[in-house]
Design a protein around this ligand. Structure first.
Ligand code: AMO
Length: 433
């Protein structure tokens, strides 16, 4: 018999289902087993005196999370969750589960996140945690659909590199035969390179490695970057437009496709109507009025982003805000400076519910100016020949953005920790499983 998922059960049918024994209860002459698979669960009901003794014997030996199969008929039941139950004609244990379980995941007792992550595969059997990854998977799909529909080409660039271009982001060295190499801290160089290669519009979804010793709820040392880059732009607003449309598309898609999963989380998700855009100067003025004073050259800190998110939500009703014209001091050398103000850059951050989810900019494409800017930041462009070269053979105004998919999932579901949004997190303390 072909296997049926628990979401496909119809009363009157004979079926074969497979999954885990989530819960086993004995009540008088009745035994209830909750069989869970990736689609949900069904109650298997056994009755002493009615169910075959051979089956009852197998069930007597069963532990929670034993993997097993049931053949039987689906019957309507008012008491059973889901309105149907299974009356077994055969039960087979596929594989036993050790007792006691190392973590609890049926929602009654809370296991700490660290221990949960040690047993992540078990932790995912909790429908709440599985839902995070069903939603993440749909976000990934929505992202690729969006870029595809907008004419962006998917690229895959090396993760073993010789150097990076990001300011402030640390590199992980690796031995590359007898030389030192580094894990890629961003596809920045390569995405610009492929725009110049004639692709014009590119995107990549790939691992990004950052040797940051930060122990925050939103930083990882390995995360999934969603990067895009586009050529022949008018200005940085073209780049923000793509960010905005991407957000609208992803949220719209999740609302359509993940209704059941979203119900598990206590959130109100809505597609933004128009994401407001304010300059860093305006943002700082708003914050200063509320007692949060930041200097001209300062970046927004986490507290500032949070407060700004709240203030903008009160003002516009939107959960998102673009802050643009970041100070030159805080941005990497490749960000373009507007002609009339060398103290700022044509760059932005996108803030969602008070958390930065993306950084983007128009890039400096004029080699001489780029070289000067690099020098100002203590970078010698002559030593970065592969990067410098791309501006020497017909470059054009271009720009792009980097998102963190994990941070994105964390913000969408308002999770307490980014480690919940990634299957197997890597941070300064965690390199396993
Ligand atoms: P940036 O360094 O701001 O920009 O990174 C872009 C986005 O990546 C996510 N992110 C992280 N997520 C988890 N853990 C981290 N340690 C971490 N660091 C960053 C955030 C952030 O907004 N090259 C530029 C992008 C560009 O200009 O195109 C860059 O990498 O969501």
């Amino acid at each position: 018999m072909e296997r049926t998922y628990t979401s496909e059960l119809k009363s009157g049918k004979k079926v074969l289902v497979m999954g885990w024994a989530r819960n086993i209860r004995e009540l008088g002459g009745l035994i209830f087993i909750q069989l869970a698979d990736r689609e949900g669960s069904v109650q298997v009901t056994l009755k002493k005196g009615e169910t075959d003794d051979k089956i009852l014997k197998i069930v007597k030996e069963m532990n929670r999370e034993d993997c097993f199969s049931v053949e039987g008929s689906v019957v309507k039941s008012k008491q059973a969750p889901g309105g149907v139950e299974l009356k077994p004609t055969a039960i087979e244990i596929i594989s036993k589960a050790d007792t006691p379980l190392p973590i609890e995941f049926d929602g009654k007792i809370k296991t700490g996140l660290d221990k949960r992550l040690d047993y992540r595969f078990l932790d995912l059997r909790n429908p709440r945690n599985m839902a995070i990854f069903k939603i993440r998977s749909q976000m990934f799909k929505a992202t690729t659909d969006f870029f595809d529909s907008q004419g962006f080409m998917n690229i895959n660039t090396p993760k073993l590199t010789v150097a990076g271009v990001e300011s402030g982001a640390e590199l992980f060295p690796v031995m590359y035969f007898n030389k030192e190499a580094f894990l890629s801290q961003s596809p920045q160089i390569y995405k610009q390179m492929m725009v110049m290669g004639g692709f014009e519009k590119v995107y990549e979804i790939a691992p990004v490695f950052r040797a940051e010793k930060s122990h925050t709820t939103r930083h990882l040392t390995e995360f999934t970057g969603i990067d895009f880059e586009m050529g022949f732009i008018k200005d940085v607003h073209d780049v923000m437009d793509v960010n905005e449309n991407l957000m609208k598309h992803i949220i719209g898609h999740i609302l359509k496709k993940c209704d059941e999963e979203l119900k598990i989380f206590d959130i109100k998700l809505k597609v933004p109507k128009k994401i407001p855009r304010i300059t860093m100067k305006e943002a700082k003025e708003m914050l200063a009025k509320k007692g949060k004073k930041l200097g001209e050259k300062d970046d927004l800190d986490a507290e500032g982003e949070k407060l700004l998110g709240k203030l903008m939500n009160e003002k516009t009703g939107e959960d998102f805000v673009f802050v643009y014209n970041y100070p030159w001091e805080k941005r990497p050398f490749y960000h373009m400076k507007p002609e009339d103000d060398p103290s700022i850059t044509s760059s932005f951050d996108l803030i969602w519910n008070g958390v930065e989810i993306s950084t983007g900019a128009q890039r400096e494409h004029r080699y001489d100016i780029l070289k000067k800017q690099a020098k100002e930041k203590g970078v010698n462009l002559d030593e970065m020949k592969d990067y410098g070269n791309i501006f020497l053979f017909g470059s054009m105004p271009h720009g792009g953005t980097g998102f963190g998919l994990d941070r994105f999932v964390e913000c969408l579901l308002k999770l307490e920790n980014i480690r919940e949004a990634i299957l197997l997190p890597r941070d300064p303390e965690r390199l396993t499983p």
